[in-house]
Design a protein around this ligand. Structure first.
Ligand code: UD1
Ligand code: UDP
Length: 385
């Protein structure tokens, strides 16, 4: 029996790790699976835990409003110390590139406990873009013993860094496992569909507006390197677009980071209600967000996870970043980088809204990130080790 400790703390890690927790829990004879959440995110993490019905064994509850990178790293590192001493797991699982992942990996290393890295090998090789995520994943990659890469390309990055091939497994991304399981839940349950529409209405968006052919642009943004001028450019472009296209709805579920909200307020004013075809709403729960991705015309985002999900749903994604560690969908032509440049955001959104041929070209459903079986592959590998 292997003792596993699965650690995560933010919304996207939770979405990508909860299906893995569920999969390990199906094998109680082989694995003693414990979950530690850091609480780097509070509300946004709890939303996901509830959807997947996961009750953590440990909760470091570290989040402070407006926390900085020192706060997160120190609090996770110290919090993990006692848990690792008490549990002494055989393997610690971390995910991706957040400060939770890197601090938890470092904490495990200090106890000489092997680390398994999920979503290993993504790279931009620009340590300031995304910041601090590119360095976070490089450090975690250096610490990790077991590397679960989503795609052959991410495996190749690790090979080029001299990681031994016998310690890398290409599994697909667990986000596709999460996405497929949620879509199946939505499609098989009419009552749930009505509930989701009602929840969206309560959150501030009436999705039945789209039933008469109206189009909707779904927007998210939260990257630290975009704070300041980047976010102001983004907000100015969105403001201009919503005026230019009064028949199109623009819906922005706002990240809870105060830096994101300050930029929005500085461009749109204090009152974000009753802005016509512009809807600023609270962060959506995962089921509601998937429904919105499925219903939108295109996505404008700086998110990592959404770059992986939306192409599978056949939705073009304009990425408000200068680099991406996820070039697969870029190569497939369904994702395009527009940075935080006002003119580029304006011109690319306008082109997708006006040029049908261009839109069709970008809206081919492709899914280079997985087939929904990543968690099964990871569990099988761990059994064999
Ligand atoms: C973090 C990750 C980023 C990931 C993103 C996903 C780091 C350094 N950053 O960035 O890699 O892409 O999560 O969303 O690990 N807040 C709340 N409630 C919540 C969540 C956040 O109030 O449920 C507010 C708090 O004021 C918090 C702030 O947002 O201090 C920033 O959270 P933090 O985790 O530091 O940064 P993110 O921008 O969310
Ligand atoms: N998401 C969500 N509700 C929202 C916005 C996003 O559930 O209001 C989901 C989205 O589907 C994706 C993940 O959150 O799976 C992405 O999180 P985020 O953009 O915060 O982080 P990143 O992926 O950039 O690290």
């Amino acid at each position: 029996m292997k003792k596993l400790l699965i650690v995560f703390g933010t919304r996207p890690e939770a979405i990508k790790m909860c299906p893995l927790v569920k999969e390990f829990q199906k094998h109680p004879k082989d694995f003693d699976t414990k979950v530690c959440v850091t609480g780097q995110h509070r509300e946004m993490l709890d939303q996901v835990l509830a959807i997947f019905d996961i009750k953590p064994d440990y909760d470091l509850n570290i989040m402070k409003s407006g926390q900085d990178l020192y706060d997160i790293t120190c609090r996770v590192l110290l919090g993990m110390r006692d848990i690792l001493i008490k549990e002494h797991p055989d393997v610690v699982f971390v995910h991706g590139d957040t400060s939770t992942s890197t601090a938890a990996a470092l904490a495990a290393f200090y106890q000489q406990i092997p680390v398994a890295h999920i979503e290993a090998g993504l790279r931009t090789y620009n340590i300031y873009s995304p910041w601090p995520e590119e360095m976070n994943r490089q450090i975690t990659g250096r610490i990790a013993t077991y590397n679960f890469s989503p795609t052959p390309l991410s495996k190749n990055n690790l090979l080029q860094e001299n990681v031994s091939e016998k310690n890398i497994w290409v599994t697909g991304n667990t986000v596709i496992d999460a996405l497929y399981s949620v879509i199946e839940r939505i499609n098989s349950d009419d009552t749930l569909q009505s509930q989701i529409s009602q929840n969206l209405l309560n959150a501030g968006y009436d999705i039945s507006r789209l039933s008469n052919g109206k189009r909707m642009v779904l927007i998210t943004g939260h990257r630290r390197e975009n704070f300041g001028d980047g976010f102001i450019n983004i907000c100015n472009a969105i403001k201009e677009l919503k005026n230019k296209y009064p028949d199109v709805d623009f819906v922005y579920p706002m990240h809870l980071n105060p830096n994101v909200r300050n930029a929005i307020h500085s461009v749109f004013g204090e009152n974000l209600q009753n802005l016509g075809n512009m809807f600023f709403i609270e962060p959506l729960e995962y089921l509601e967000f998937v429904q919105m991705m499925n219903s939108c015309y295109l996505v404008l985002t700086d998110s990592g996870g959404i770059q992986e999900e939306a192409p599978g749903l056949g939705k073009p994604v304009l990425v408000m970043r200068n680099t991406t560690e996820r070039p697969e969908a870029l190569d497939a032509g369904t994702v395009k980088l527009v940075g935080t440049d006002y003119d580029l955001i304006m011109s690319d959104v306008s082109r997708l809204l006006e040029d049908g041929a261009y839109y069709n070209q970008m809206s081919q459903a492709v899914n280079p990130y997985g087939d929904g079986l990543a968690c099964q592959r990871i569990v099988k590998t761990m059994k064999e080790l």
